[in-house]
Write a protein that binds this ligand. Structure first.
Ligand code: GDP
Length: 444
């Protein structure tokens, strides 16, 4: 999970100061010392840590905290604001050229996730901004990269421009631009070649492409799990190519966060997007404030709502809620609801977005095994329509049949049916108690 190690340490530290009615200089000193260690352990660049601590210290012993009615809370606000600044402050926008197409050049080392991100970015541009992108295969040294991009194009049902491995990348880029103009496509995303290390030959080629197509954005793709190496790579690419932004990939597996917290401060270039998984819809716009909030365990309700809006049909959700209230909720409805939640992404990441969730004992360390959900789905799908509407008809022989059909055990089928019954009972109780309350209010 993203930033797990850092988040745990920082949250423990700020928890100590949170409730304090008075914050002394000694308190601030202790807190900043722990924050400093947590950041260094998370592999944040040491100069960046030093500056960060200095700023937090100055503000934490300053007037805004001393004069506040809740000084402990105020200190945490300071930490959050400075973390947000560290990651770039406001989220940055993606360029739109005055005259289409807008050209984005993707650069980065081999294995960073450049080709995958090219596909993800095209997908995001279409889904979120309704744009029509053209993918361009300009990595002519690695035939597999061209195939990979063509496969992504097919999956996304999007055009890919490629000329195989014999053509010159600059020519490819030029011709792709012509095609985009002819076909009124509004974004051209060029997947350039990578290498295992930064070398002059690669840089020369990238500089040539850049001078030729004059891109609106040059995005450097770096693997966040490589920590300070990612920051060094960003520095070299930026020196030579003057990049416009960074895409941090594999943040889903980055427990430390060193790259995410250092890149902006070191290169002065913003992180624009974050890769949160291998799938094509797992690229997020990078919001520094929301990220800071997640790291400090304050949740990220905005992202949660956005995910829900993208994946859940609001009208249908209301209908399901109504069914729950009236206790006419069936196993079919349960299946549908599970599907909606699953679409929103890995469950442990969703839980992280709920404020305070990581402090709830019941939720902490629960293994949200996605497989379990698939098992439940398989069991329900092996039931007949009648059984799903009215589970009381499911006798022993039906249970056996369902178990066989779903490839699960009878005891799993039993467990699911029991849980479903208990859920319905609980809903009934909740509805009754709410009605009870309403009734009492009415009498007053
Ligand atoms: P390239 O050589 O830079 O073009 O890298 P690829 O696009 O081929 O990606 C290398 C590997 O990283 C592939 O297995 C991708 O599925 C994986 N990958 C890319 N982005 C992410 C991400 O955000 N999260 C995870 N978990 N894997 C990613």
């Amino acid at each position: 999970m993203a930033f797990e190690g850092l988040a745990d340490r920082l949250q423990n530290t700020i928890q100590k100061i949170k409730g304090k009615g008075k914050v002394t200089e000694q308190d601030v000193k202790e807190m900043t010392r722990e924050v400093r260690l947590a950041l260094l352990e998370a592999d944040v660049n040491f100069k960046v840590v030093k500056d960060f601590i200095k700023k937090v210290k100055e503000r934490a012993v300053g007037q805004e905290v001393m004069e506040s009615l809740t000084p402990g809370q105020q200190v945490i606000k300071v930490v959050k604001e400075e973390l947000t600044q560290l990651m770039g402050g406001d989220e940055s926008k993606i360029a739109v050229a005055d005259k289409p197409p807008t050209v984005i050049m993707m650069v980065g080392l081999q294995g960073a996730g450049k080709t995958t991100t090219t596909g993800k970015l095209a997908n995001l541009l279409r889904k979120k901004y309704n744009r029509k992108p053209l993918l361009v295969a300009a990595d002519v040294y690695r035939p597999a990269a061209i195939d990979q991009l063509e496969t992504l194009g097919k999956q996304l049902n999007m055009p890919v421009y490629s000329e195989g491995t014999d053509a010159n990348p600059v020519d490819i880029a030029n011709k792709a631009m012509e095609r985009a103009k002819e076909e009124h496509l509004d974004y051209v995303i060029i997947d350039t070649a990578g290498r295992l290390h930064v070398d002059n030959e690669l840089m020369d080629e990238l500089i040539q492409i850049k001078q030729n197509v004059n891109p609106d954005e040059v995005f450097l793709v770096v693997d966040s799990m490589t920590g300070q190496d990612a920051v060094n790579v960003a520095e070299s690419f930026n020196e030579q190519l003057n990049i416009s932004g960074v895409v941090l990939t594999k943040l889903d597996g980055d427990t430390r966060g060193g790259a995410a917290l250092s890149i902006k401060a070191v290169t002065e270039k913003p992180i624009k997007f974050a890769g949160m998984g291998e799938k094509l819809d797992e690229l997020e716009v990078f919001h520094p404030e929301r990220m800071a909030s997640r790291i400090l365990g304050m949740g990220d309700v905005l992202s949660l709502i956005e995910k829900a809006q993208e994946n859940v049909d609001e009208k249908r959700a209301k209908e399901l809620e109504e069914k729950m209230r009236s206790a006419s909720f069936t196993l079919d409805d349960f299946l549908e609801q599970m599907g909606q939640v699953k679409n929103m992404g890995p469950l442990d990441e969703l839980i992280d977005m709920i404020p305070g969730a990581n402090k709830m004992k019941g939720l902490k360390n629960v293994d949200f095994d996605e497989k379990q959900i698939s098992h439940v789905e398989a069991i329900i799908q092996s039931m007949t329509v009648k059984e799903r509407q009215d589970p009381s008809v499911i006798n022993a022989s039906r249970r056996k049949r369902i178990a066989r059909g779903s490839g699960r055990s009878v005891s799993e089928v039993n467990r699911l049916l029991k849980q479903f019954e208990e859920m319905k009972k609980m809903m009934k109780q909740m509805t009754n108690s709410q009605q009870g309350k309403k009734g009492k209010k009415g009498k007053k």
